[in-house]
Structure formats: C-alpha cells, structure tokens
Design a protein around this ligand. Structure first.
Ligand code: 2M7
Length: 441
C-alpha cells in the first residue's frame, strides 16, 4: 500500500448512530426534478428515448437556449405534504432529492446564482418545502448534488490550460459556497449524494473532493457522504489506489445490482443501489413506451436483492413539471405500500445472512432481532423450497408473514437440508416466510 494524502480516511463500517440509522432505513425514495421535466424527453417535436434529464445533451441544446426553460418553471400543483404522505405510506424511510442536476438549475433560492427558483415565475423554495414535509413525517432527507454543471461558465471537463485552472478554481469556490449554503439553510439534511464526478477535471482534484467531505462533516457532525464524490491523489474514484473505499458507503450501483455469485465483497461494507422504474429515466419523460417499465414485483425484487446483500435501495420518481406525480409512480408506491405493510419487517434493518444462495429467492437476517426470513420470488413447480443450513443450524418452524398463525410443513431432504412446503394456490407477489432457526449465534 502506498501512502495517499486524499484516499480513504477510515476502514470498515462507520458505527455511529447516524450511519446505523442509514443502514437500518434500507428503503429510500429518489426524486429527480428540474427544468428537464418541462420538455419531458421531447425537443423540437422529437422524442428522445434517452434519459430525460440528459435531453439537453441528447438534443445538443446550447446552454443559453436551455436556460430559457427557467421562464416556464411553474409547478403550481406542487404539494410537498402530499409527496411526503405518499412516501410515508409506501414505507420509504429516507429520501434523496436533486438540489441541482447536471443542467445547473438550483431548486432552492441560492445566493450564488440567478439560475435558481428565485429567478423563476414560481419562486417556491422546493428544498425547504420538501425537507420540512418529509422530516415532519419522519423520513430522513438527503441531497443529491451534481458537480458536473452544464450551465456554469467556469465548469470544465478537463484542466488543460492556465485559463481552465483559473476558471475551475472559481467553480470550486461556487460549489463550496453552495454546499455550505445548503447545510446552513437546511440543517436537518442527513447527507449528500454526489454525482457528475467522472470527468478529468474532478479526477485531477482529489484533494478538493476530500475537502468537500471534510467541510460537510465539520458543518454537521455525522453527515453521510457517498463514495461517488471521491477521487484520490491519482484520480482513482470510489476506491482509492489501495483499493480502499472512500466516502461513507459505496454508491456505484446505478441501475445494476451486485451478483450473489461474484460480488459478495459488498456485504463487508455499506452500499446503496439506485434504480429507475423505466429502463433509464430519472427525470420526468412524457412517453414511457420508449422502454421496458418495471412491474411492482420487479421493483420489489431489486429492493430485496439489495437488502439481502446488506445494502440500501433508492427507488426513483420523476415528478411532472406541474408538481404532480404521474399515475404509474403513484400506483407503484401504493403497491409497494401494500406489500411493505405485510412484509416490511423483513426489509427494514435487514442484512446479508450468508447461507447458500438458492434459486427460489433470498434470505434476509434482521440486524437487530436476528430473525431470519426467506423471500420467495421464483415459484417452484415442486411446490416446495429447499433450505440448506450451515452445520449445526436447523430450521424449527416456518411461518408466512401474511399470516403468522399458519405453520408451513417442513420435511427432511438430507443432512442440513429441508423442504419447506408452500401453500396452495401459489402466490402472485413475493412470498415471505419467517424461519424459526436453532443453533444460530
Ligand atoms: C443518478 C443518475 N446519475 C446520472 C447519470 C449518468 C450517466 C452519465 C454517463 C454515463 C451513464 C450514466 C443520471 O442522470 C441520474 O442522475
């Protein structure tokens, strides 16, 4: 290992209360909202199938033209309490919302730019309304902030001249000022989800990324910062040049999940996956027929897979320009609510169990109660699932969370292997079984 100045600052999982709460939350809501919701994936009469929040890039719109969208920012139907209520009912324990996406538009009145809500027809402080409404219903709030900024004149993709150097120094000051402003204006914020850090300009400024991390923690002890912010002395991202995780949790899983076969290393650290409901739409896109849209059961499997590997999951919504939530997302949240009302105890504070992965689904162990759950997604035609336990551990009872007074039949299959017989008729939603285990520490 070489000595690094701007690499990982500590090893292992943070054990303080703030991080433990992050770890127990497990299920969160991601919100992508900004000027990009106004065109909703369509520019000059053409629908672009790519991510709607990247339309400025796909349609190659000059910044000065894109910026005119500010004159149409008027979310007159926006109701933060309604969003917070829906999120609470759905069972989300935390929420991460875009303060500023790559377009550079700020959803709070910033002292450091006119490209913000204060300069739009509707001057509502979106960040203030949301953090108040979500905090009031007991949902922790995190801020997404894009370092990449297509609007700011001092942003640079790379530093190749003295002029670039000077401009990026001004940009770094702008970002430092905005981040300080966000924490001072909204002190209940629990952490930051940084994005847009893949360009050479950031990779050449590993020291700055560490300074941001340190500044946020000095402004608010316990602040949580994702690995995506970070670059080290040599421009290595997420993991430093000694392969040590930077930031407080790994945030590399965007629209993909670690594999149970190859990636169990993730179970040794805190991590979070983030996921779109369509194939690749974070911001509002007016035409979801451009790609596959995940069913509620697919979303529930993404959530379960993450928790079963000791991670968190953010499920994204992209509100409409008027401030309402599209029907597909409202239906999804309602169906997540219906499932979480019965099965949430297997998800909250859930963690990796480490038993042999089975094709029928996932095991989750509760970090606090040590309860063990089997979550069945792939219905076996044999109408029973195999549970193979480590030496010295056996399954005493199996009760469906749908009705814990019911006991499922258990029969011997072989040494340290039993069958658990599933009910008839089979089920349409993921079926969760609470296992009574003996011999477990
Ligand atoms: C959380 C997600 N990260 C952003 C991105 C991206 C991206 C950038 C380059 C190549 C592939 C994906 C998306 O716009 C969304 O905010």
């Amino acid at each position: 290992n070489e000595s690094l100045k701007y690499g990982s600052q500590y090893e292992g999982k943070r054990q303080d209360e703030a991080m433990q709460k992050f770890r127990e939350n497990r299920l969160g809501q991601f919100i992508h909202w900004g000027l990009y919701a106004i065109p909703g994936g369509k520019w000059d009469g053409k629908i672009y199938p790519g991510a709607a929040e990247w339309l400025q890039s796909w349609a190659d719109v000059p910044p000065e033209e894109w910026s005119k969208l500010i004159n149409q920012w008027n979310p007159d139907e926006f109701d933060a309490q309604e969003w917070a209520h829906m999120a609470k009912e759905a069972g989300f324990k935390y929420m991460t919302v875009t303060t500023k996406h790559h377009e550079g538009f700020c959803l709070w009145p910033s002292e450091y730019t006119d490209f913000d809500v204060a300069s739009a027809p509707n001057k509502t402080d979106i960040m203030g309304e949301l953090i108040d409404a979500y905090t009031k219903v007991g949902i922790d709030v995190y801020f997404y902030y894009s370092i990449l900024d297509w609007h700011h004149p001092d942003w640079r993709y790379d530093i190749k001249s003295e002029e670039d150097e000077q401009a990026f120094e001004r940009y770094k000051t702008y970002v430092d000022n905005q981040l300080t402003e966000l924490v001072e204006r909204y002190p209940e914020v629990k952490g930051f989800w940084f994005d847009g850090t893949w360009d050479k300009s950031v990779k050449k400024n590993g020291k700055w990324t560490l300074e941001i991390q340190q500044m946020l923690k000095s402004l608010k002890p316990g602040m949580i910062v994702n690995s995506r912010l970070r670059a080290d002395d040599h421009g290595s991202r997420h993991f430093d040049s000694n392969d040590k995780l930077m930031g407080d949790y790994e945030s590399g899983y965007e629209r993909r999940l670690p594999s149970f076969r190859e990636d169990t290393i993730v179970t040794t650290r805190d991590w979070e996956a983030v996921m779109t409901v369509p194939e690749n739409q974070w911001g509002y896109h007016q035409d979801w027929s451009v790609s596959h849209v995940k069913s509620t059961n697919e979303v529930l499997e993404w959530i379960t897979h993450s928790v079963a590997m000791g991670g968190n999951m953010l499920v994204n919504i992209g509100p409409k320009p008027d401030g309402t939530i599209r029907q597909q997302e409202k239906t999804l949240m309602k169906e997540i609510e219906q499932w979480m009302d019965i099965n949430g105890e297997a998800i909250y504070a859930g963690d990796y169990l480490g038993w042999e992965k089975q094709d029928w689904g996932y095991y989750i162990a509760d970090q606090k109660t040590n309860e063990v759950y089997a979550l069945v997604f792939n219905v076996p035609v044999t109408q029973k699932i195999t549970v193979a336990t480590p030496e010295g551990i056996s399954i005493e009872e199996a009760h469906p969370l749908k009705d814990e007074s019911e006991s499922l039949k258990i029969s011997e299959k072989g040494p340290n292997e039993v069958f658990i017989h599933l009910p008839q008729p089979m089920f349409e939603a993921p079926y969760v079984i609470k296992l009574k285990v003996s011999g477990k520490d």
